[in-house]
Design a protein around this ligand. Structure first.
Ligand code: PLP
Length: 393
């Protein structure tokens, strides 16, 4: 029994590649080459050198004394908020830009909703001197002006998606259209463990540096590589996949996934994809997604832009339905309160996405001796205005 992808990109019944015929050559080239490239010594060397010298890895595993005292258990924070650009997303974009170079690509495209993945992609394109086009819904461009400015400053072209609801899914459609028209010179950097095979597996492998480091850091601090629980928030699922990766098949380690319940699971305004989702196809992958009776994808809602996604990666759909993962949904209010608590208990202002993970301690009790690792996926600077408006600071 394994919770990793099989060679066709399936996690149990989820995953695969459900794509239009015209996209087949693009994903097929990637599928045939990605594992071999990732195993080349020169690739491994360059990836790890950039993670160290450019991203700032390894990120610390920090024992949170005051938080542990409050909840009477041992809580460690994996500090992905200290990565260059302020979140885990850059681990994946570094990996994919090196992959693109090995495949001889000279142009990068990406799609972005809140802009975080667009910024992480524009960053690595600047680093490598490669042309970068980021598709973004016209509505999102207006809502996320600081990230649009960052991408432009980094030299990327931000192209508005003008069709449909002019948000993330329309930007994705534009990016796919671009890729179909430019199959030879262009690589499409997807930002989470979503999309057709091999993306979910490839992105999980790039992010797996997180659990690789947790293992050695915990061994040093606690004399064991294994925590009792590893906890992460789930949007598409990439920071969670990275934090779980080396523990997936070790059932001594509990896996806890935290989803955004928005204004409440049954409010009609939520992004609790696993709890509310049904099997369907989104972005070329068979997974759980929020949809109407007749299969139309429902607009998700969360106060945190990074969790505001109507589906979840196939790894997580499998963890949910198999029972391997424990899924907890947290409302906007609970997350915001937890974000303020962590700021004042530990001196760390978390991204609102991560604040959802911190809110679980009011829902779920742990034993005194339990070692609980929370993946602190990102820092809260980008969310300051939302915190200010919410708390009237
Ligand atoms: C994008 C983002 C997330 C959600 O994406 P995943 O792929 O689920 O990790 C979570 N936290 C932060 C800080 C993010 O920027």
């Amino acid at each position: 029994m394994t919770y990793h992808a099989d060679e066709k990109g399936y996690y149990g019944q989820f995953g695969g590649a459900f794509i239009p015929e015209m996209l087949y050559p693009n994903t097929e080239e990637l599928r045939q080459n990605y594992l071999q490239i990732m195993e080349e010594p020169s690739f491994i060397e360059e990836f790890h050198r950039l993670l160290q010298d450019y991203v700032g890895r390894p990120t610390p595993l920090y024992f949170a004394q005051r938080l542990s005292d409050k909840y009477k258990t041992k809580i460690y924070l994996k500090r992905e908020d200290l990565c260059h650009t302020g979140a885990h997303k850059v681990n994946n974009t570094i990996g994919q830009i090196l992959m693109a170079k090995r495949l001889g690509k000279t142009r990068i495209i990406a799609e972005t909703g809140a802009g975080q993945h667009g910024v992480a992609t524009a960053t690595v394109c600047a680093l490598m001197g490669i042309e970068c086009v980021v598709y973004m819904g016209e509505i999102d461009i207006a809502r996320q002006a600081p990230n649009v400015a960052r991408m432009k400053m980094l030299g990327a072209e931000v192209r508005p998606a003008l069709s449909g609801s002019r948000t993330l899914k329309d930007a994705t459609n534009e990016a796919i259209r671009d890729w179909i028209n430019n199959p030879v010179n262009t690589h499409y950097i997807i930002g989470s463990v979503v999309g057709p095979h091999p993306y979910p597996d490839m992105v999980a492998r790039f992010q797996s540096v997180i659990s690789e480091e947790i293992q050695s850091q915990l061994l040093e601090k606690e004399g064991t590589p294994n925590p009792d629980f590893v906890v992460a928030c789930v949007g598409g699922g990439s920071n969670a996949a990275g934090a779980y990766y080396h523990y997936l098949d070790n059932e001594d380690v509990g896996i806890i996934a935290v989803e955004a319940a928005g204004k409440g699971i049954h409010s009609g305004e939520s992004a609790a994809t696993s709890a509310l989702g049904k099997i369907g196809i989104i972005h070329g992958s068979k997974t759980l997604l929020m949809q109407t009776q007749d299969g139309q994808i429902t607009e998700p809602y969360s106060i945190s832009a990074g969790l505001d996604y109507p589906g979840v990666g196939p790894m997580h759909a499998h963890l949910y339905t198999s029972g391997r993962g424990e899924f907890i949904s947290i409302t906007d209010d609970e997350a915001m309160t937890a974000g303020l608590m962590i700021s004042q208990l530990e001196g760390i202002i978390p991204a609102i996405e991560t604040s959802h993970a911190f809110a679980i301690f009011d829902h779920r009790k742990f034993e005194k001796d339990d070692i609980v690792v929370i993946n602190l996926s990102g820092r809260g600077d980008k969310d300051l205005q939302t915190y200010i408006d919410y708390f009237k600071l």
